[in-house]
Design a protein around this ligand. Sequence first.
Ligand SMILES: Nc1ncnc2c1ncn2[C@@H]1O[C@H](COP(=O)(O)OP(=O)(O)OP(=O)(O)O)[C@@H](O)[C@H]1O
Ligand SMILES: [Mg+2]
Length: 250
Amino acid sequence: MLEIQNVSLELNEGNGVEILKEINLKFYEKKIYVITGPNGGGKSSLAKLIMGVYTPTSGKLLLDGQEITNLSISERARLGIGYAFQNPPRFKGIKVKELLQMAASHNPEKVNICDLLYDVGLCSQDYLNRDVDASLSGGEMKRIEIATVLARNLKLAVFDEPEAGIDLWSFQKLAETFRNIHLKYETTIVIISHQERIMELADEIILMSNGTISAQSERDTILAGILNNDACLCSANCAKGGGQNAQCAG
Ligand SMILES: Nc1ncnc2c1ncn2[C@@H]1O[C@H](COP(=O)(O)OP(=O)(O)OP(=O)(O)O)[C@@H](O)[C@H]1O
Ligand SMILES: [Mg+2]
């Protein structure tokens, strides 16, 4: 479905840093992928590259065999790619209800906005008429953004750390929501997450560090590896604890 071929990304081209290095990935229909790995490993950058916020320095992206490498964010959105940001933007002068109605208007299936809010653990009576501005807490905003992505019935939905800022009580519900979309829609779901409970939803887990894919496999194999991880994932490949790294010695 989505294929990433030999993609590298250098920001501030010329004197910049290479954030992603020769990434090759294939995402298939109706599967859940979880991308995990240490902070700064390149996960959000990869998500932004899929969405069209960044254009690769080299390599190609194909959606159902069609090249989308140079398509804009809105062209990709029209083809059914959606992204929920790690830090969702807020919009002045728009109500939650209007934001969700706009998102749902691109969906040929009829969706119930109150059900969507319920799916992300928000009571529609309390939230439909709230402004999508700074008055919403971080966790509330995060859930509303997830609801807008659900409203669109996408081909590929990318969620960047959906758990961030969401309390433990609601977390179980969120995990169930992802499971339900998976059962209900044809959507391929890519979730960037550090949470074991989210990883448990995955068909496949992709481990990213230092801008490369350091491992990719079906869930249980990778999960066992991560939970027993003893290796250092830093760019210097130093021993755990920094013992063999010259800069840490002494
Ligand atoms: N616009 C930018 N200019 C320069 N460096 C950047 C830029 N955006 C990201 N980076 C760097 O690229 C690397 C990858 O960042 P990215 O946000 O993709 O990491 P991540 O895996 O999502 O991390 P986290 O788990 O903390 O969210 C980091 O070292 C970051 O500092
Ligand atoms: Mg990130």
